[in-house]
Design a binder for this molecule. Structure first.
Ligand SMILES: Nc1ncnc2c1ncn2[C@@H]1O[C@H](COP(=O)(O)OP(=O)(O)OP(=O)(O)O)[C@@H](O)[C@H]1O
Length: 258
């Protein structure tokens, strides 16, 4: 059970303060979705939580240990990080790319032990990639590639999964499949965090929503508490209509505010 905590976390990118004094506690078993307008600091927050960006002030701890002081392999075993629109540089078969998720365990793609092979096979099924195993990962569509990279992250079987816009490139069916997978990971005890722009899907799947705006945490609560018309207009600059649908809140952006 792994708890990831940011305390008064600020991050500077160049001379710009991208994140200011964020306090956030991410608990095992919860699926948290980070929302906010472009440039709000969502990726910066996720990268800092993953230990990929240093804190300029404050701290990030994993089960109480400062993340910046962890060995890289220990961190990679504990936290699977799925980057925004990740790329695949080499024409490796899909199975080998997914197997790279086992590297933090010291397992090489060509010589995976039974547990590694099982983790890879399971990740391929969960990302709906059966039949793609032998295809070169460089010859896939954007959405297929996104699912390969998700499968690579799943194959690590890390207790923390941080995903930057994991459904941005996906068709509606795969959006639902992937969000189900993320929710299942949380239900199985993982700490799962994803950045999303689709507010209706965020409301439907998230246990908690974190709203960022201009580098600051504006809200962190259940979807119905965060996704109010007033807050959407204040943070996103839109006139929005929020209603109750059969599967949760439905958020419709009516028009941009002047
Ligand atoms: N390398 C950099 N140097 C300076 N500023 C940067 C750098 N990278 C990002 N920024 C700025 O930091 C702020 C936060 O960027 P970040 O990528 O975290 O936003 P985001 O909320 O993830 O946005 P999006 O929804 O567009 O992905 C933005 O104002 C951005 O312009």
């Amino acid at each position: 059970m792994t708890r990831l905590v940011a305390r008064s976390l600020s991050v500077d990118l160049g001379r710009r303060r991208a994140l200011s004094a964020v306090d956030l506690s991410l608990e095992p078993g919860r699926f948290t979705v980070i929302i906010g307008p472009n440039g709000a600091g969502k990726t910066t927050l996720l990268r800092a939580l993953a230990g990929l960006l240093p804190a300029s002030a404050g701290s990030v701890t994993l089960n109480g240990a400062p993340i910046g002081r962890m060995r890289a392999t220990d961190r990679a075993r504990a936290i699977a990080y799925l980057a925004q629109s990740g790329t695949v540089a080499w024409p490796l078969p899909v199975r080998s790319v997914v197997a790279l998720g086992r590297l933090p365990h010291g397992e090489k793609p060509d010589t995976l032990p039974a547990a590694g092979r099982e983790a890879v096979a399971e990740a391929i099924v969960r990302a709906d990639l059966e039949g793609f195993e032998d295809r070169p990962a460089t010859e896939l569509s954007g959405g297929e590639r996104a699912r390969v990279l998700l499968a690579r992250a799943l194959a690590t079987k890390a207790p923390v999964l941080l995903a930057d816009e994991p459904v941005a490139a996906l068709d509606p069916r795969h959006e639902l499949i992937v969000l189900d997978v993320l929710k299942e990971q949380a239900r199985a005890g993982a700490t799962v965090v994803a950045i999303m722009h689709n507010l209706t899907l965020a409301a439907r799947f998230a246990d908690e929503i974190v709203l960022l705006h201009e580098g600051r945490l504006k809200a962190h609560a259940a979807p119905a508490e965060v996704l109010t018309e007033d807050r959407l207009s204040e943070s996103f600059g839109i006139s929005a209509h929020v209603s109750n649908g059969p599967d949760g809140l439905v958020v419709v952006a009516d028009r941009p505010l002047p």
